[in-house]
Design a binder for this molecule. Structure first.
Ligand code: NAD
Length: 520
């Protein structure tokens, strides 16, 4: 059978009853923009105001806050500082957009997401460089993230038309059971600074696919990337009010306002467990549907039968992607005693050879950390471990230079009670501990309130699968140092979170199930 396009007909002619334009790229967004900033190296200006109801506006209080370049501590630009009043305005706008977005044909929502994917792909270089500027990450990491972030729009463009339902006969034969899915409603999205693009698109993609208008509060450290991608979403054709963005230096009044408003029916948060716990308490009052992607403390297990070269390659990815500032970062290395010295030396050789510097300078593999507080935390964890008996094979000392830098560090002889094994390090530090038996490895790996991801290297796939079942975490990488994939369900157990992002599961987080009983 010929497709509509191959017959020369338009899709609308070919499919009577469809009353919308199927063409990709019907651009709705010609936004009047108040304030933009030119960021060094970018080919386009970056919006720096709030996005509310399809308009770029100043904050109601007129305030702005600084965005800092972590490579030298200088101010990149200022951004409008949203208040509780702005949160009210954004909720009004989002709630007003709900009927149109919910009723929009799934194919149309899919086309908008697909257009946004293509626009992001065209602008990967700009998006990556913007992340280097405001987050500090190395350019290669930033490019990988920009591409990964765009993939969430492509994936959810494909998922938007796969929202299913069910129609059955009740077992007693008395009636029919009709099950449909509807958008959950206005969604408050809160994202961290470590993946400024991907953490936003991982929420926007499924929310738009499901038909939920959103209010995004990006991290104060990295608001620019979210503003640039929001501009793309509007240009891709999202109706006014479907995407609102509220950068703010004072997050609590915004979340308190939003979660106290009954029109906000969804909270999707990515960030630390501590902040997530507070938000869950706020969400409880209005029984807001909550998806929480929280902190991690990933173990990386290496068994003596593993291919050690591959394990070190995997360790470099699991530890140093994003300079160690990842919830999925390997936080603790447990290595079988007979191969521990060799593994540590090989890893120290690779980590010690990394070039540290400004993210977009030639050859740089390790950028600065995001801010002064993060450098101080990493330094504290390393210093305490060393006072407790650990040795640094490489790194271990803050460099004397401007910017928020910390060198790649490998620690051995780390005591079991060191804080760097229990707290998220969020920096390029690899503490290595030994084990002797499979049971000991599993016990140590599970000895944490967190349960996001674990990695294990072994030459025996049977053992890998057996251990992965025993690990108390939402994701396991067997002989792989990277697990993130838009097509896979990402999320944690225990205090690492509730719900999943990515895959079809991520879409379900933004849908309510409705059941209708009727007698024909
Ligand atoms: P954070 O919890 O400090 O901040 C996250 C976001 O919450 C930011 O936008 C921040 O401004 C906002 N926030 C802070 N206090 C708030 C409040 N009272 N009300 C509303 N919003 C508030 O986390 P961070 O330092 O930005 O990010 C690092 C953390 O995020 C790490 O713990 C990391 O593991 C976690 N993380 C988890 C995932 C995951 O998918 N599980 C992914 C990335 C990062």
């Amino acid at each position: 059978m010929e497709s509509p396009s191959s017959t020369g007909q338009s899709a609308n002619e070919a499919l009577p009853g469809t009353a919308f334009d199927w063409s990709i790229g019907s651009v709705a967004g010609t936004l009047e923009r108040m304030t933009t900033e030119t960021i060094a190296g970018l080919s386009c200006p970056v919006p720096t105001d709030l996005l509310i109801g399809g308009k770029w506006v100043a904050a109601s209080g007129g305030d702005r806050f600084d965005v800092t370049d972590p490579a030298d501590g200088s101010t990149l630009c200022t951004v409008a500082d949203a208040t509780a009043d702005d949160a009210h305005a954004a909720i009004d706008a989002a709630y007003a957009a709900l009927p149109e977005l919910a009723a929009m044909p799934p194919r149309r929502r899919a086309e908008i997401l697909r257009t946004a994917f293509e626009m992001m792909t065209e602008r990967v270089e700009d998006i990556a460089l913007l992340m280097v500027r405001e987050n500090g990450k190395a350019l290669a990491d930033a490019k990988a993230e920009a591409t990964y972030a765009a993939e969430f729009f492509r994936w959810y463009a494909e998922e938007a038309v796969r929202i299913d339902g069910n129609f059955t006969t009740a077992p007693a034969g008395t009636n029919k059971i009709l099950v449909t899915r509807q958008p959950v409603g206005v969604a408050l999205l809160i994202t961290p600074w470590n993946f400024p693009a991907a953490m936003a698109t991982r929420k926007w993609g499924p929310a738009i696919a499901a038909g939920c208008p959103t209010i995004l509060k990006p991290a104060a450290e990295t608001p620019l990337t979210a503003l640039l991608i929001a501009d793309i979403l509007v240009e891709a054709g999202l109706p006014a009010g479907a995407v609102n963005v509220l950068p703010s230096s004072k997050a609590a009044p915004l979340s308190e306002t939003a979660l106290a408003d009954f029109r906000v029916r969804k909270l999707s948060f990515t960030g630390s467990t501590k902040v997530g716990q507070g938000l869950l308490k706020l969400a409880a009052d209005n029984v807001v549907n909550a998806s929480m992607e929280l902190g991690g403390n990933a173990p990386f297990l290496v068994f003596a039968d593993a291919d050690l070269e591959a394990a070190v390659e995997g360790a470099m990815l699991a530890k140093l992607r994003n300079g160690g500032e990842a919830c999925t970062a390997a936080n603790r290395f447990y290595v079988e005693a007979s191969v521990a010295d060799r593994f540590a030396e090989m890893l120290a050789g690779k980590m010690g050879a990394m070039t540290m510097g400004r993210g977009d300078d030639d050859g740089v593999q390790l950028g600065p950390l995001v801010n002064q507080a993060t450098v101080e935390k990493v330094d504290r964890l390393v210093t305490e471990a060393i006072s407790g008996g650990a040795r640094a094979l490489v790194g271990g000392k803050r460099p004397a230079r401007d910017g928020f830098f910390y060198p790649a560090t490998v620690l051995v002889d780390v005591s079991d009670d060191a804080d760097c094994l229990t707290e998220e390090i969020f920096g390029p530090v690899a503490p290595i501990v030994t084990f002797s038996t499979e049971d000991e490895a599993v016990r140590k790996a599970n000895d944490t309130p967190f349960g996001l991801v674990a990695y294990l290297y072994t030459g025996d796939l049977g053992r890998g699968l057996r251990i992965s079942e025993r690990l108390e975490c939402g994701m396991v990488g067997i002989n792989r140092g990277v697990i993130s994939d838009p097509a896979a369900p990402f999320g944690g157990m225990k205090q690492s979170g509730i719900g999943r992002e990515g895959a079809h599961d991520g879409l379900l987080e933004f849908l309510e199930t409705k059941y209708v009983a009727f007698s024909p």
